[in-house]
Write a protein that binds this ligand. Structure first.
Ligand code: PMP
Length: 294
């Protein structure tokens, strides 16, 4: 992710990643009490463009508010810093990671101060470009009554690490996780859509992390006149779908070929998901631009 020349943005200045000092007594380090987000810059014909930057920084702020981390930055200043960060690191396309760190005390109380860093690095599609083999994980998503599951809180990602590690150990690419009610919620860091009889289904927002890409997919479907039905999905619904795909900023849109030992029969290239994937690529590259989607 970085070499000796890589610069990160930290509390108002660009500093070498290799020399950035982190506080050993930070709550974020000990308790995962930190908030982050993930954005992507694409190399468009207008130069590097960060897709839906405002939405991501709105969410960063909202995530901080959800767990009582003070947030004093404006979207405008942070988006400007992201573009500067790309320029100083000579990046034309990148994954961008803002992280709000907290605390100089070891108490389990909310924080009165925060630091902000932003890093950027070249990162291809997070799950690669080949169709995925996923498994239903034994690791469940946290109950939204126990955790802020709709926010990007660092500590929460141990849950995702457990699930992906289990999936990989079982020979799969990614984990599909159930919510506390036993319905299929999402993958470890992507949302899921399935296609069945020319209709698109996705779990409703209540027990999932409702991603920005999920919303973009819904907008694309609306534009393409594909009906999207939000409904709690059972494992059986997933097994009996015609096709399925995952979506997220890092993974973009990626088809699934197999869930546990069920292999989808529909050719991915003929699926609705594949059309959505093509439109998404055009959109992030600004080859097409329509109000309803941005
Ligand atoms: N679920 C989780 C748990 C995530 O961390 C992410 C990535 N932020 C997503 C889904 C997808 O969200 P987005 O489309 O906003 O990247």
């Amino acid at each position: 992710y970085y070499d000796k020349n890589t610069l990160i943005y930290l509390d108002g200045a660009f500093v070498k990643a290799s020399e950035a000092a982190l506080n050993p007594f930070a709550q974020s380090l000990h308790y995962g009490y930190a908030v982050f987000d993930g954005l992507r810059a694409y190399n468009t014909h207008n130069g590097p463009r960060i897709f839906k930057a405002d939405k991501h920084f709105d969410r960063l702020k909202k995530s901080c508010e959800a767990v009582g981390i003070p947030y004093q930055w404006s979207n405008r200043e942070l988006i400007d810093k992201c573009y500067e960060l790309l320029a100083v690191n000579n990046l034309r396309e990148a994954y961008i990671r803002p992280l709000v760190l907290t605390g100089t005390n070891m108490h389990l109380t909310s924080s009165t101060e925060a630091n902000l860093m932003i890093a950027a690095w070249e990162w291809g599609p997070y799950l690669g470009q080949n169709l995925l083999r996923v498994c239903i994980s034994d690791i469940k998503r946290p109950n939204p009554k126990s955790f802020k599951t709709d926010s990007k809180i660092s500590g929460q990602y141990v849950n995702s690490i457990l699930a992906t590690t289990e999936a990989i150990n079982r020979g799969f690419d990614e984990a599909l996780m159930l919510d506390h009610e036993g319905f299929v919620a999402q993958a470890s860091s992507e949302n899921i859509f399935i296609e069945k009889d020319f209709k698109i289904y996705t779990p409703p927002a209540k027990n999932i992390f409702p991603g920005i890409t999920r919303q973009t997919v819904k907008n694309i479907c609306k534009k393409l006149n594909f009906e999207v039905i939000e409904k709690q999905l059972t494992v059986e619904d997933i097994y009996t779908a015609d096709s399925a795909f995952l979506c997220g900023t890092a993974a973009e849109i990626i088809g699934i070929k197999q869930v546990d030992d069920v292999i989808y029969q529909e050719e991915w290239e003929h699926s609705i998901g594949a059309s959505i994937q093509r439109r998404y690529k055009n959109l992030v590259l600004e080859n097409e631009n329509y109000e309803v989607i941005i």
